[in-house]
Design a protein around this ligand. Structure first.
Ligand code: GLU
Length: 425
């Protein structure tokens, strides 16, 4: 049996989880959080690691490592995505689960925070291998997964198809069709309209609202987006439809720029057959570093965590940073951005459209009644704008940044829930 290098834990330093805890500590100090609550929220409730075999198409067997973490479930079952990526490891999964706890509490939806991932290179797996891996993963995760325990959803490199296989595997094991065990499913089997594009939709609503506050007309707004996967593409598409100019985008193959604005619809189609964006006509290729330092109104990191660091934060030339990715900005770079007067809309608000519409999907599955797109989008708009305004009020109350205000709002809500529930026994 061949052991895949994927099964090795690719722990990176410094830890992403310590960055998430650092953000919590800043808030805890500011709001004078009770020490016991601070201790509870600084660690994760459940950390589940599994190593499991998958038979490859050539008959060899590889071993994969997967993680599922529940950070805190005071306000409801764990909710959060599942990512397939070579850099997935327990430490990153813990940080992402903690950020989900804050995100759900800020959106005021009845969930705690969870996250999961498999250390793998999904683009090197055949479709059948991916299916076998996903089904085995769903089976391995069953002790901590369930519609009122932990509800996964898509994240980096996972999609509707993967959610379908998880739903089918769980349903087969329990002997009845159970759509509410995952969200982000295809509409045909209990998904909701509007979920696929929801994170990008939320990013566009939040960006529009922020531009209004800054008195920047949509048609004058120039935007650069790092990442052109599901979140980056839909953010670009909705903002382009609103009249903004998307002057640069990037994916893992590189970044492209056009000062007059990119044709996002054509570029989206182009990427389906030509992942290398540089082959798109009429664009200049630039480096990722150049994309991040472009002079523009809005910079949207929509890729992975820790892209804006103490090393590059002083080169950011955007007026507004809208965090579509989870954790793209380190606490050290936050201070530099603040000194530069860059307005940061934190991830836990900016990208909450995905989990908000996941909540709508779960509610519809449990009620067996389905809404139309107009209803989904109008509820999303009301909820996310309301979150942003509550976050702004909290930030004003504590005279702090939106990130710290957002986390303060989340921590206050969870601390209140904890006080009501008490500690067992
Ligand atoms: N993966 C998304 C996030 O990070 C969505 C999670 C969900 O819908 O549960 O927010």
């Amino acid at each position: 049996m061949e052991m895949s290098p994927n099964c090795q834990d690719s722990l990176q330093t410094p830890s992403v989880f310590s960055m998430a805890v650092r953000q919590l500590e800043i808030v805890a100090d500011l709001i004078g959080l009770d020490d016991g609550v601070r201790r509870i929220l600084s660690s994760c409730e459940k950390e589940f690691t599994v190593n499991f075999p998958v038979t490859m198409d050539d008959g060899t067997v590889k071993s994969f490592s997967a993680y599922r973490v529940h950070h805190n479930t005071t306000l409801g079952p764990a909710k959060g995505g599942l990512r397939f990526h070579p850099n997935v490891h327990l430490d990153e999964t813990k940080a992402l689960a903690m950020w989900m706890t804050w995100k759900c509490a800020i959106a005021n939806i009845p969930y705690g925070g969870g996250k999961g991932g498999v250390t793998c290179e999904p683009n090197k797996l055949s479709s059948i291998e991916l299916e076998r891996l996903t089904r085995r993963l769903a089976s391995e995760m069953s002790p901590i997964m369930g519609h009122n325990m932990d509800i996964p959803a898509p994240d980096v490199n996972t999609n509707e198809q993967i959610m379908s296989w998880i739903m089918d595997t769980v349903s087969s094991q329990i002997g009845r069709t159970s759509p509410s065990v995952v969200t982000g499913k295809p509409v045909a089997i209990g998904g909701t309209v509007g979920r696929k594009e929801a994170t990008g939709k939320g990013v566009s609503i939040i960006t529009k609202e922020t531009l209004k506050n800054h008195k920047i007309p949509l048609k004058d707004c120039r935007i650069a987006i790092q990442g052109f996967g599901s979140v980056g593409y839909w953010s670009a598409k909705f903002l382009n439809d609103m009249g903004c100019k998307i002057i640069a985008v990037s994916n893992i193959h590189g970044a492209i720029f056009n000062n007059n604005g990119l044709d996002i619809n054509s570029l989206g189609n182009h990427q389906l057959s030509n992942p290398n964006l540089a082959t798109f006509p009429g664009v200049d290729t630039i480096s990722n570093k150049e994309l991040l330092s472009l002079h523009c109104d809005v910079l949207i990191p929509a890729a992975l965590e820790r892209q804006i660091t103490a090393q590059n934060a002083d080169q950011i030339n955007a007026r507004i940073l809208v965090e579509a990715a989870n954790g793209p900005t380190t606490p050290e770079s936050d201070i530099i951005l603040q000194e530069k007067g860059i307005h940061v809309i934190p991830d836990v608000v900016a990208n909450s459209g995905g989990v908000i519409v996941s909540y709508f999907e779960w509610v519809q599955d449990l009620e067996h009644i389905f809404w139309d797109l107009e209803e989904v989008n109008s509820r999303l708009t009301t909820l996310i704008i309301n979150s942003l305004s509550k976050v702004r009020n909290t930030a004003e109350r504590y005279k702090t940044t939106l990130r710290t205000g957002a986390l303060a709002l989340a921590v206050e809500r969870i601390a209140h829930g904890l006080a009501l529930r008490g500690i067992f026994p």
